[in-house]
Design a protein around this ligand. Structure first.
Ligand code: GLN
Length: 549
């Protein structure tokens, strides 16, 4: 029988529920239990696909094309398994389902109410992944903080499930904050007590408390928290601020979070978790042998969560290369032809980020021109690839009005244009080309040598594509379509041969990079950055040697 663990949050948001949930899942997986994680978000949007990244960070895309919360990215990166549409549910989706059923007459004249109809639908979804017994344990992260009005139906649903299934089949971990008051030199437990009290007012008491803290929790304090929050003493877990999110599974192992969960769920302990591969990764991450500086060109660079998967993929690739990847954030809105050389000076590589709309678009084009002309390794993702095609058309093919019809619908040089099947689309949410599609690589391309394969599958999220009418002109001038969708012929990858590393991809490789399987394109890109740095310092050395001589 599948067992359920719920993770709630208290005191404040941003305590890292997603990381704690993913770390616990990792430990349980390492003990041999099949584990998955799902997230319930209490907002009314059907999914985060229509949300501005400033609101909610990156929108993460799954294999099956769901636009989901960025925490699902953490789940995949930690567990090295795929999630799906079923792993992310929002209040909007719950209500949509219930209202549709009401219109179909499924409630047979009953008044449709939050309790029981909404809570029943929440419960049904919470149990869905466990239904066919493919998982031993399903971890459910509840978005938001206890005390939020919109979280109440979720708390009630968990309360009911706990009552129905019994405490040995369903437990609650509450992630809370123990603030350290510098002036008083004291750790404070009161906010945690209040948050647990608030939960218990709704009939739900946590089984385990994970306490985020800047300072170690001493024994008496743990005892005090346990006593006032009504949990066993071993169930007060310290979660000290970590230098990297990737050390949290090891911290949780040290604190025995997995052991306590299994014990409370009345489960066998499984194998001793072997995290040697994880530790090896962490060691490489902590003790790099070199450093590269990569410019991230985007319009949301001030908000790190907006490019979460790209940043994590660079961390994975950096560790594999035993090289620290330092990101220089460059706001594309303020990048111009005049200042490009100064702003992009001394970068070892340039990555142009995905995006939508006109803001900052010319800055992206300028960054690509700079990278192409100066032979700086370049990696363009989705919009980054599309702008590489625009830049090439304008500056090499001498098509001054070349653009994507997304930004300039009236241009007669639309080298990037809307996909045919997108033209009839009127609704915004969930209607892009989403999820995993096949791509066939040119056997002699750089990307084929990087993947070591010519048949790949990558995830997508876009409405526009390369306009194949211009294909011949591009090929003749040196930009090749290194990868295409075998069914539709859509250009998935562009490359320039006469360049150390110039790769633009229509898909999002960042979604598939995990700790265990860093994405080959990111690994090759960081390697190219290292080589570019080495060859530049070689040139500098040689010139300075000459000067001294
Ligand atoms: N706006 C572009 C499109 O829809 C690129 C999308 C992206 O970068 N994810 O095609």
């Amino acid at each position: 029988m599948t067992k359920y663990i719920f993770v709630t949050g208290g005191v404040t948001s941003s305590l890292g529920k997603g990381i704690i949930a993913a770390s616990l899942a990792k430990l349980l997986q390492a003990r041999g239990f099949t584990t998955t994680i799902q997230k319930f978000d209490p907002y009314i949007n059907i999914d985060p696909g229509t949300l501005n990244p400033y609101e909610h960070g990156e929108c993460y895309v799954t294999e099956d094309g769901a636009e989901t919360d960025l925490d699902l990215g953490h789940y995949e990166r930690y567990l090295n398994t795929f999630t799906s549409q079923a792993n992310n549910v929002t209040t909007g989706r719950i209500y949509q389902h219930v209202i549709n059923k009401e219109r179909e007459g499924a409630y047979q004249g009953k008044t449709v109410q939050v309790i029981p109809h909404i809570t029943d639908e929440i419960k049904r979804r919470m149990l869905l992944l466990g239904e066919d017994n493919q998982f031993d344990i399903v971890i459910t992260e509840l978005g938001g903080t206890v005390g939020d009005i919109e979280s109440l139906p979720y708390i009630e649903a968990v309360r009911q499930l706990k009552w129905e299934m019994g405490n040995e089949n369903c437990i609650v971990i509450h992630l809370t904050l123990i603030p350290y008051l510098k002036a008083a030199k004291e750790l404070k437990t009161k906010p945690t007590q209040h948050s647990v009290k608030m939960m218990s007012e709704h009939g739900l008491t946590p089984d385990i408390l994970v306490c985020r803290t800047e300072e170690p929790l001493y024994k008496d304090l743990k005892r005090k928290v346990a006593l006032f929050c009504n949990v066993t003493q071993d169930a007060v877990i310290e979660a000290l601020d970590a230098d990297t999110i990737y050390s949290v599974p090891l911290e949780m192992m040290r604190e025995k979070l997995d052991v306590i969960c299994l014990d409370k769920l009345n489960m066998p302990m499984g194998d001793e978790p072997d995290l040697s591969k994880w530790k090896e990764f962490l060691n490489k991450l902590r003790y790099p042998k070199s450093k590269v500086v990569i410019g991230l060109i985007g319009k949301y660079v001030e908000l790190q969560d907006a490019y979460k998967s790209i940043l994590e993929a660079l961390i994975h690739a950096g560790a594999l290369n035993e090289c620290k990847v330092e990101i220089r954030n460059i706001h594309s809105e303020y990048l111009t032809k005049e200042n490009a050389a100064e702003k992009l000076e001394n970068l070892d590589a340039v990555l142009v980020a995905p995006g939508f709309g006109s803001r900052g678009i010319e800055g992206k084009v300028e960054a690509i021109r700079f990278a192409r002309e100066n032979k700086v390794p370049f990696f363009g993702i989705c919009l980054g690839m599309q702008m590489a095609c625009v830049e090439f058309a304008r500056n090499v093919l001498k098509m001054p009005k070349a653009h994507s019809t997304e930004m300039d619908p009236d241009t007669d040089q639309g080298v990037i244009c809307m996909m045919e099947d997108q033209k009839a689309v009127t609704l915004l949410g969930g209607t892009m080309r989403l999820g995993s599609y096949d791509c066939e690589l040119q056997p002699d391309s750089l990307t084929a040598s990087i993947y070591g394969n010519t048949a790949i599958k990558e995830r997508h999220r876009h409405r526009y594509e390369f306009n194949n009418e211009y294909q011949e002109m591009y090929e003749k001038a040196g930009m090749t379509a290194a990868g295409r969708n075998p069914k539709t012929n859509l250009v998935e990858i562009v490359e320039i041969k006469d360049h150390p590393f110039y790769v633009g991809v229509q898909f999002h490789p960042e979604y598939k990079s995990t700790v265990e399987n860093p994405h080959p394109l990111f690994v090759a890109f960081v390697k190219a950055a290292k080589e570019s740095q080495e060859s530049r310092s070689g040139v500098v050395k040689r010139t300075s040697e000459k000067t001294t001589a």
